[in-house]
Each structure stands twice: as structure tokens, then as C-alpha cells.
Ligand binder design. Structure first.
Ligand SMILES: *Cc1c(COP(=O)(O)O)cnc(C)c1O
Length: 389
């Protein structure tokens, strides 16, 4: 096992040694005053990360997919009509989740690499009365970022809840839950938050809490029932323990440490860092004459880059070479394009040295696959952008 491997995939991402180390501290009772303080502080800190002053964070054991399910099932009642803004793989996942709940699902599909405009979303919301609309902030499968601010503004003109999948964006891309009027947003621990996999985080605003209170039937999924979780999280924030299901104590130490590091760095500075390293990777990829899936750079995400392989480059061989260089990249996931592109995750704990190592490994991989280009062009392009850090 190579302990110095750079995980340049869209999650899990490299974890700071201090964030790992706290995992091995003694497991406390979930009622221990020290744990109550630590968990309470972590929950309060999420208001600063989602920029959602009045909201309530819920942290549970599970992956991003559990957070996804939790973020929507609480608002569903039989016969409801929903809109899925579907830009890729995880849009399909929302459709699958919804399809188990006896609701009417409409999808807004766009060609691969594109995002819907604000007007397209407004048109859809004018045509039908939707209880809820879902959208990925960053579509991890393609590397596009949706216009969340625009969608929030439009949905606010209607009586529609907006649920944003921020799994691949929170703390890596600008996101302002209050200002953009997003009712529910969620993420997972292993992406830009840079904690090992294992936690789902859901942030819900006051309107969404009110919608929950107006529910007439029980939420169909017991563990996902936010009406059970909210009082627990509120209690921890107020310095008291409460129990619904045992919190993953050691993982929460880890989350606490990483969240502290994020706020120490400063959210704005962190997002600026992500935008610079993203540009460095993208400039490198363009310098090597590779095309990316997003239709334009303006809609490309800060946290992941998705280039097509050049003609004749064999993906398997490419990834094998890159891995030998100590870098792990991700393959494609879109149904029809799976073998035609790869993905570079660049979120969380990444700086110049990681980005240069990643670009160097990509050059080596392409070269090993017989692709002809001037070695070093990618490194030079990346290096130039990285001087802005
Ligand atoms: C990774 C990811 C998920 C799923 O998270 P898991 O932790 O793998 O369950 C959902 N949405 C987006 C946008 C993601 O990037």
C-alpha cells in the first residue's frame, strides 16, 4: 500500500494527518460532556460553511447517498409532483430514489456537458405546480456546475422547495444557502470537506423546517426521518445530549477537526484556492490538447475536471501508468461515454505540489499510451496558474 498516493478522484479525497489522527482517540459516550461540546460546535460551524444562519445541520452516519435520500424523502407525500434537473449520473439517482415513493417525476434533461438556463427552469415551474425541485450543484460525472443562485431565485418566485446536492461542491465552490434561498443542501464527508467517507450532512433552512412541520403523514423511511433528527441536533447545539440513533463518535472527531481547519483557512480563501487549482488543471489539460466534457469553461466546476482521452489512448493502460506515479484518477461514469473520458478530482487538501504531481502523472500516462505531445507543456501551464496561490 502506497501511503503517499494522491487521491485525485471526486471522493474520497486526501485527508490531513491531524484529521486522521483524532480518529484513534478514545471513543466517548455520546452523552459525555466533551463529546457534546465538540459535536455542538461542529453543528454550529456548518451554518458558516453552508452560509445558512437560521438553518439546522444534521450529521448522520452514512454516505452522500443517504444524505440525498434524507434531503428529499421527508418532503414527499403520495401524489406529489417533483422536478429533477438532470445533468448527469446523480440526477438519475434522484429519479431512482423518487421512483420508490409513489410521486410524479418530471425531468429536465440537457445535452451532456450543458446546464439549463434560468429561463428554462422558470418555464418548467410556470407549467406545473412542483412541490420540490432537485439539482446537483456540481455534477460530478461531467464536471459542470449548475447555476444554483439562478435556480434558487427562480424557484423562490414559486411555492417550490429547492434541494441542492452539494456533495461535490460544499467548501470547494461558492455556495450561499441563505442568500440564494436554497431550502435544503447536503454533502458527504469524503469530498471537499476532506474527511474519510462515512458521514452525511444535511442543512435545512427555516422554510424547509416549516414544510416538515406541516406534513400530515409519517416520513416513509425511519432512519431518514428528519423530525426525529432535528431535536437531537438542536439539543447538541444547546449543550445537551439526546438520543435517536448512536452518532459515529470518532468520525465526528474527525469532522470537527476538518471543519475547524476549513474555518481557519477561511471559507472565501478556500474557495479561491479551489478555483485557482481548478484553473491550473484545466489549463494543463488544454495545453495537452485534450477536450473536456463541459460545453464551456464558464460552466465548468471548481472541484473536478473531466477530459476526453485523446484518440487511441487506452484508458486501462493510462490509469495503470498514472497510478505507478503515485496518483489515482477516476474513470468515466456516464452510460454511453464511460470509456471515452476520465475525471480528475481536485478538492479538499490540495495545493501546488499535488497539482503538479497530478499533471506530471497525466503527462507520463498519455506518453506511455503513445500520445504525441511536447512533454512539459501541461506542467508549464499549470505552474503559471499556480503562482496565483
Ligand atoms: C459522490 C456524490 C454523491 C454520492 O455520494 P456517496 O458518498 O458516494 O454516496 C452524490 N452526489 C454527488 C454530486 C456526488 O459527487
Amino acid at each position: 500500500m502506497n501511503e503517499r498516493q494522491i487521491l485525485a478522484i471526486p471522493g474520497p479525497t486526501p485527508v490531513d494527518p491531524r484529521v486522521l489522527r483524532v480518529l484513534s482517540k478514545p471513543t466517548l459516550s455520546h452523552r459525555d460532556p466533551d463529546f457534546i461540546d465538540l459535536f455542538g460546535e461542529t453543528l454550529r460551524n456548518f451554518k458558516k460553511i453552508f452560509l445558512c444562519k437560521s438553518g439546522q445541520a444534521v450529521v448522520v452516519a452514512g454516505s452522500g447517498t443517504l444524505a440525498m435520500e434524507m434531503a428529499v424523502v421527508n418532503f414527499l407525500e403520495e401524489g406529489d409532483r417533483l422536478l429533477v434537473i438532470n445533468t448527469g449520473y446523480f440526477g438519475d439517482r434522484f429519479v431512482e430514489i423518487f421512483s420508490r415513493h409513489g410521486v410524479e417525476i418530471d425531468q429536465m434533461n440537457v445535452p451532456v456537458g450543458r446546464i439549463p438556463s434560468k429561463d428554462q427552469v422558470r418555464e418548467a415551474l410556470e407549467k406545473e405546480d412542483y412541490k420540490l425541485v432537485t439539482v446537483q450543484h456540481v455534477d460530478t460525472s461531467i464536471g459542470v456546475a449548475n447555476d444554483i443562485k439562478g435556480i434558487g431565485e427562480v424557484a423562490n418566485e414559486f411555492d417550490t422547495l429547492v434541494v441542492v446536492d452539494g456533495v461535490c461542491s460544499i467548501s470547494g465552490c461558492e455556495f450561499r444557502q441563505d442568500d440564494w434561498k436554497i431550502d435544503v443542501c447536503f454533502t458527504g464527508s469524503q469530498k471537499a470537506l476532506a474527511v474519510p467517507p462515512g458521514l452525511g450532512i444535511v442543512m435545512i433552512n427555516e422554510d424547509a423546517i416549516q414544510a416538515l412541520n406541516e406534513r400530515k403523514t409519517l416520513t416513509s423511511n425511519y432512519y431518514c426521518d428528519l423530525s426525529r433528527w432535528l431535536p437531537i441536533m438542536q439539543a447538541y447545539e444547546e449543550g445537551e445530549a439526546a438520543y435517536f440513533a448512536t452518532p459515529p463518535v470518532n468520525m465526528i472527531y474527525s469532522l470537527h477537526e476538518s471543519v475547524r481547519q476549513i474555518l481557519d483557512e477561511g471559507l472565501e480563501k478556500r474557495i479561491r484556492r479551489h478555483s485557482i487549482i481548478s484553473r491550473a488543471v484545466k489549463e494543463a489539460v488544454y495545453a495537452l490538447s485534450l477536450d473536456c466534457l463541459p460545453a464551456s469553461n464558464e460552466i465548468a466546476a471548481n472541484t473536478v475536471t473531466a477530459p476526453y482521452y485523446p484518440p487511441k489512448v487506452d484508458g486501462k493502460r493510462f490509469h495503470k501508468t498514472v497510478r505507478r506515479e503515485g496518483v489515482v484518477l477516476a474513470g468515466g461514469v456516464l452510460k454511453d461515454l464511460r470509456d471515452k473520458y476520465f475525471r480528475i478530482g481536485h478538492m479538499g487538501n490540495m495545493g501546488s505540489s499535488e497539482i503538479l504531481a497530478i499533471v506530471g502523472a497525466i503527462e507520463k500516462g498519455l506518453s506511455a499510451c503513445g500520445y504525441e505531445f511536447q512533454r512539459g507543456l501541461g506542467l508549464t501551464a499549470a505552474g503559471e496558474v499556480l503562482t496565483e496561490l
